[in-house]
Design a protein. Structure first.
Length: 420
């Protein structure tokens, strides 16, 4: 039974839902992207009631924690799943402009994987396409699995939309991670804040409803961190290995988790599987057409493809890269300096618990996103989520406190009484 608590967490909830409603309304009115405008119009009707109900709860001296949980769940459904399904159904009916380009790329890569055995096209095949940009697939081979339903079900089925499967994978990983944290003694109010960071936060809800490929990568990475923090190293290795087999952005997270495994003395159980999974997933594509793999995963992201990447959010790295000749080199040097700084930080103060790992990942990813020559605003969901997940992770066992065991069962610890 959920206990009563003071209204301590409600002011932040009210600000979150209120600002989110303003963001959704602005997006509906002024976004230049059709999927974003559709999302904004629907999501506004989810955020505004959430803000109103939260404001009403502020008038009460105490509230049940379940009230905040129900608001999070209802807002997630209204701002993510409902607009996602609405756009998928509309797209299946033939309406144009109901998905971002990354959805099309993932689905086409799934069709190629299903038909050709590789999700990548070679340079000559891409050059023959009317839209060469959509011919490139900058994701790791595992991402193509989300596009396989399109190959099986065809264009007329809304269940073939890759975003549906992005959402299901994301929800499953987040629920498992939150459940594990709850079992290990994390404060429920801290878990609510962590859930909000990957569900109702507009940058996550908008991304999942219109594009979505980053959310399963983020959710799996968070789950891997929770598994490692609770001593389940083999499972953590498998999960982060799958995330790294989906997208390159998971590799910096994997690197920090490797350091965490070394500090904890569990690297033998973690490193081989975590690194081996993405390598093994990539191997078949290399064997089928190594040149196509290089064209998509190396040439295109580094600016040597037939077309340039559309990732051009006005962060420092992109502004420097486009300001003058040689700017890309300068941006890459700055990015390398940031990576070196992170390495020194991990060497001098290696992470010894999940909270420290989460904070280190948040800082490192934020620096990388700001300094990459080609980046997107939506990538900020990664450091934002890891920064917030520091809250529940700080209240569970650290590496020094975790005893050695071989199974998955962990000792139970007293649940903290004070809300976070």
């Amino acid at each position: 039974m959920w206990r009563l608590e003071t209204r301590r967490g409600l002011p932040v909830d009210l600000i979150l839902y209120g600002v989110s409603a303003l963001f959704a309304g602005y997006t509906a009115l002024f976004s230049t992207l059709t999927p974003h405008r559709v999302w904004g119009g629907i999501a506004f009707g989810g955020y505004l009631p959430a803000a109103m109900v939260t404001a009403l709860l502020l008038a009460r001296p105490t509230i049940a924690l379940s009230s905040r949980i129900y608001i999070v769940a209802a807002t997630y459904a209204a701002t993510t799943f409902f607009p996602l399904i609405a756009e998928a159904v509309s797209r299946a009916d033939g309406t144009a402009g109901r998905a971002q380009e990354e959805v099309l790329v993932v689905e086409q890569s799934g069709v190629r994987l299903f038909d050709l055995g590789t999700p990548y096209l070679g340079r000559d095949d891409i050059a023959a396409l009317p839209d060469q940009l959509l011919g490139y697939n900058p994701y790791q081979p595992g991402m193509a699995v989300f596009g396989v339903p399109r190959a099986i079900l065809g264009d007329g089925a809304w269940l073939a939309d890759a975003r549906i499967w992005f959402a299901l994978a994301t929800l499953a990983a987040v629920l498992v991670a939150l459940r594990l944290l709850y079992r290990e003694g994390a404060a429920t109010s801290g878990l609510i804040r962590a859930a909000q960071a990957v569900t109702v936060l507009p940058i996550c809800a908008l991304t999942l409803a219109t594009g979505g490929d980053d959310l399963p990568v983020l959710a799996l990475s968070l789950l891997a961190l929770v598994l490692a923090s609770t001593g389940r190293w083999v499972w953590a290795a498998a999960v982060i290995g799958v995330a790294a087999a989906l997208k390159l952005l998971a590799w910096p997270i994997l690197a920090v988790l490797v350091v965490y495994a070394i500090v904890s003395g569990r690297w033998r159980r973690f490193v081989p599987l975590a690194v081996g999974i993405p390598v093994l997933v990539l191997l078949p594509a290399v064997l089928v057409d190594a040149a196509a793999v290089g064209e998509n995963l190396i040439a295109f992201p580094t600016g040597h493809g037939l077309v340039e990447s559309p990732a051009a959010s006005p962060f420092p790295g992109h502004l420097i890269a486009s300001a003058f000749d040689g700017g890309r080199v300068v941006a890459l040097v700055l990015l390398g300096c940031a990576a070196a700084g992170m390495a020194v930080w991990m060497w001098r103060r290696p992470p010894r618990d999940g909270a420290a790992v989460s904070l280190m990942i948040a800082v490192g990813l934020l620096a990388a996103i700001l300094l990459m020559p080609a980046t997107r605003f939506g990538y900020l969901l990664y450091p934002a989520a890891f920064a917030v997940w520091w809250i529940p992770l700080r209240s569970i066992l650290s590496v020094d406190q975790v005893p050695s065991w071989d199974g998955d069962d962990l000792p139970q610890v007293p649940r903290p009484d004070a809300p976070v």
